[in-house]
Design a protein around this ligand. Sequence first.
Ligand SMILES: Cc1cc2nc3c(=O)[nH]c(=O)nc-3n(C[C@H](O)[C@H](O)[C@H](O)COP(=O)(O)OP(=O)(O)OC[C@H]3O[C@@H](n4cnc5c(N)ncnc54)[C@H](O)[C@@H]3O)c2cc1C
Length: 637
Amino acid sequence: MQLDAKIPGGPISEKWDRHRFELKLVNPANKRKFEIIVIGTGLAGGAASASLAELGYHVKTFCIQDSPRRAHSIAAQGGINAAKNYQNDGDSIWRLFYDTVKGGDFRAREANVYRLAQLSTHIIDHCVAQGIPFARDYGGLLANRSFGGAQVSRTFYARGQTGQQLLLGAYGALMRQVAAGMVELFPRREMMDLVVVNEQARGIIVRNLVSGELESHAADAVVLASGGYGNVYYLSTNAESSNVGGCFRAYKRGAALANPCFTQIHPTCIPHTGEHQSKLTLMSESLRNDGRVWVPRTAGDMRSPQDIPESERSYFLEEKYPSFGNLVPRDVASRNAKAQCDAGRGVGLTRCAVYLDFTDAIKRDGMDVISRKYGNLFDMYEQISDESPYETPMMIYPASHYTMGGIWVDYNLMSTVPGLFALGEANFSDHGANRLGASALMQGLADGYFVIPYTIGGYLAGTSLEPINHDQAEFRSAAKAVEERIRKLMSIQGKRTVDNMARHLGQIMWAHCGMSRNADGLKKAQSQIQELKGEFWQNLLVPGSDKDYNKSLEKATRLADSLDFAEVMLMDALTREESCGGHFREEYQTEEGEANRDDVNFCHASVWEYDGEANPPKFHKEPLEFENVELSQRSYK
Ligand SMILES: Cc1cc2nc3c(=O)[nH]c(=O)nc-3n(C[C@H](O)[C@H](O)[C@H](O)COP(=O)(O)OP(=O)(O)OC[C@H]3O[C@@H](n4cnc5c(N)ncnc54)[C@H](O)[C@@H]3O)c2cc1C
């Protein structure tokens, strides 16, 4: 496999403009001759479908949910970054670029990150034009707040519902094109396979989740915007239907996976309370603008927070990282919270929590101000925990939240299968080994609104595409393979439910490939997953029929992929013998317990190519070059 990132030449600030000029164009009258499949209606897929249809392409859009509006993006809370510098506090495209490269622990591609920072400013203009009700300051200008890993305020927000508002904007743009007949919408369809013809992505097989029927759809290009794989840990902040299936099916058809072990554990989630839970709830990072993180100084202190005097509290982030304080990036905040709990200073019933305290902020700014900023998050917390954060500190603990790994893409967002593009959280993205807060919405929308409309045109204009028919041999054989897989799952009729096995997988991954990893644990997880896989294929229980709405079957097809994917994650984590960002290998840490990168041996993206069921995947490297930001030890002190 040849990995060519296709990074344009020239100075970094001119690469994208130059590339856009050099890309071939599709004549407006010819665009209507092309059909494009988009999988996913989150911010990346919704934005892509709307923009491509607006340009004149015929688009077929697929999603799992009953409505495009229910994509997981709707849950995003805190905000979206953009280098507008409305605050006049020193922000710039360069600073956003720099913060993102550094925040990702120097494991992202410089050219992509710079383009992302450039496009961030257009996103805000675009969304304001759509009518997104971003928060405004006293004078009527758009307001900003800070997020982790930055010392400027560049996060645009709509209370704690930014994703919801942005997705409604993308949904509006999408439905306009549905009404215009340019987008054909297929809700409740799950992509079960990618169809490759003459080494080009030419279609998909989907399962109608209501009737159970398999359908074949052909196109000239396929855009995969199916989101992240955080649910491999079972308990996560992701929507239940977030899954790795789309990406994993593409991987098995030749699309390489990059950095699958780079996962993000978010520091501020409502702690888990017991076996009954299937989800964890995020408390937005924006809360760390005003909330102070602390634990009792003495291990095992069981007093209620109000009874612990200031002198007996450890504001551990403020103490250890005076420059960034509570706004250190997520990987750093998560690891430190874990360390406090591991040392016995955790709070709450399980002792696996730290406080996030708003007492000082309420005293300083008043209840009204805090309520205007975070009211809906406080209400959500109270509904779940039965405690009011206005009166008593929140309890928080890290949880699986975002995945930086995904489908390897070049500068055009094209995978190693020509004609297959991957956008948003589904690609291995611009965030390196750790994503900074409020950067996922930025990337998904940049990919969908501003990158793919250009790069897909370059592909279509420069490629010869044979006429295609969704009934030809490649489609029939892919559909047959899907049918066979479903038949196999239905016929096991064992004793363990899918949820039970998914929880088991999650426990293995959380224990050994979570906030910190080591070689022994990773190897142990490999053998535990082998065992679980064996049991899955012999003792799984899928009740009901495959010709009907069957939630267990849906989950089973996804879990089958997650089990295989988890093995690639573990292999990736084992191979990367360094610590960087969210990938913390205990063997590689500095004396102060920070991530110890190895730029001599690991300054690359790790890329995995499927090599058949009988073989381990083939390993490739995309070397990363840093010409504009100097490689240095990340410090937030
Ligand atoms: C609780 C929470 C809060 C967050 N808050 C923020 C924030 O404030 N700021 C920020 O920048 N980021 C935030 N994030 C991250 C951000 O929301 C996501 O990374 C982003 O929304 C992902 O968008 P997406 O379009 O790539 O995928 P998604 O929104 O996950 O959409 C995936 C789409 O693909 C479809 N799909 C999946 N698999 C298939 C398949 N096999 N076949 C057919 N369709 C399929 C789904 O139906 C869905 O439509 C948050 C994440 C969480 C969990």
